[in-house]
Design a protein around this ligand. Structure first.
Ligand SMILES: [Zn+2]
Length: 212
């Protein structure tokens, strides 16, 4: 009788051990798969952050040139753009850290610097050229893997690129234009018409950073 009880106990222990073992194998595999898919998303966010960094540095340089040419409106626009790009870079870096990765800003490169009209034209051409192929794959990847936080960061980045194009296209419509930037997502405005709340992130319009 005692032997039978011990046998039952032994069988129970083996069964429990197998359950633990087979229970762990798929979860470890899924953890690894999850980490691998995060790595691709981290790479997308890094690419976004680096691109935003380079644009911010270039826009600061263009703003300095505009100031030296006494073109205050162009200077305001470039300063607003630089602030927005820098903020989006920080958002990308924060999203990368949240996924356990490390943001790697680019090394300083050569800056372009012509006269202000040429700089405006060059900026808008670059934005138009890049708009359709930037962010789209990254957003789709993040969405398909259920990472809405990373997707949102990239959607904000893409939306700000589009607002940059619209602002630059409308640059000659109004004299003495001023600009505002949402301090959370980097959304850009001309201040003639301002949303009361940022339509992307719901930040109160009173908190927008103004360039006047
Ligand atoms: Zn916002």
């Amino acid at each position: 009788m005692r032997i039978r009880s011990m046998l039952i106990l032994l069988l129970f222990a083996v069964a429990a051990g197998m359950l633990v073992r087979f229970g762990h194998v798929p979860s470890r595999a899924s953890r690894n798969a999850r980490k691998a898919s995060w790595n691709e998303i981290i790479a997308d966010l890094n690419a976004c952050g680096r691109q935003k960094h380079l644009k911010a540095v270039q826009h600061v340089h263009f703003a300095e040139i505009a100031a030296s040419e006494n073109r205050p409106e162009a200077e305001r626009l470039f300063r607003a753009l630089a602030f927005s790009e820098r903020l989006q870079e920080q958002n990308c870096a924060a999203a990368i850290r949240r996924l356990g990765g490390k943001y790697l800003p680019p090394r300083p490169g050569a800056l372009f610097g012509g006269a202000t009209d040429g700089n405006l034209e060059r900026s808008i051409q670059a934005e138009r050229r890049n708009y359709n192929r930037q962010h789209e794959a990254g957003i789709r990847r993040a969405m398909s893997r259920g990472n809405r936080y990373a997707a949102r960061t990239l959607v904000w980045a893409s939306a700000a690129d589009l607002r940059t194009i619209l602002l630059m296209e409308a640059r000659s419509e109004t004299q003495n234009r001023a600009f505002a930037v949402c301090p959370v997502c980097g959304n850009l405005y001309a201040t003639e018409y301002l949303d009361r709340y940022c339509p992307f992130c719901l930040t109160d319009g009173e908190k927008f950073v103004r360039f006047e």
